[in-house]
Every structure is written in structure tokens, then in C-alpha cells.
Design a protein around this ligand. Sequence first.
Ligand SMILES: [Zn+2]
Length: 141
Amino acid sequence: MTPREIILWNRRLSAINCEETSAASFSLWVKNMFCPKCKSEYREGFYKCSDCGADLVAEQPPELMEEVSYVDFVEVFSTYQQSDIAFLKSVMDEEGITYFFQGESSIMMIAAGSYARLLVKADEASRAKEILQDLGFIEKA
Ligand SMILES: [Zn+2]
């Protein structure tokens, strides 16, 4: 799961847990369409923004992601190996490093020559690099 997916999932869970949110309004929330440029709301069934012509997205980007985007992330490693991704996730979790994999996707995508980039918070990059060096993922500088 990407951070965005996790956040969306958490939002879904909190929407479900919210007593005031009935099942009906919950499904309405999921189906609302938004313009990513001008943030206009559209009912289900609309796919392009009538104001700017942008493709609508199913959910408005969570506000939390806007906060996260202000944090500087730097790339410390990239890999084609799905197994590397799983392993590094557990290592970064254990070390308490804030990270995400960009471009991580299905094995199909990786087979097609795409790769995942490991990004960590800028102020944790040197520690992350040390860990990667110790594990032999990257050369010592
Ligand atoms: Zn628009």
C-alpha cells in the first residue's frame, strides 16, 4: 500500500466508525468526483471538469497528503526487485524511518521495466543511507 492508499483506507475506516455517518452517506462520499485543479465537486457520472476540462478524480486528495508534501523527501535507493521492496520496508519500519516507495506497483509494472524508488525524509536520508550501506544495497560513499 502506498501512503496515500493507507490514508484513504484510514479515512474509510474513520468514516465507517463515525456514528453520524450512515451507510448511505458513506457510499456517497466514496462516489463523489472532484476536479484535482479547481477542487469542484461533481456527482457520480461526471468525468471531466466543466470549468477547466481536467479529468475528475474519485476522491479529493486527503488534506494530510498536502501536509506530507511539504516535507522534503530524497531518493536513497531504487530497485526492480519486488523482494527488495518488501525487505527494505521491514527494515525502514524497524528503524523508524519515514519513507515511501515511489513507483511501487504490481509485479506486472516492474516486469515492464519500471522500478520503485525508495524516498526518505531529507533529515533521515543519511541514516537511511548508512543502513543501506550496511546491508550492501548501496556502495559506501
Ligand atoms: Zn476544474
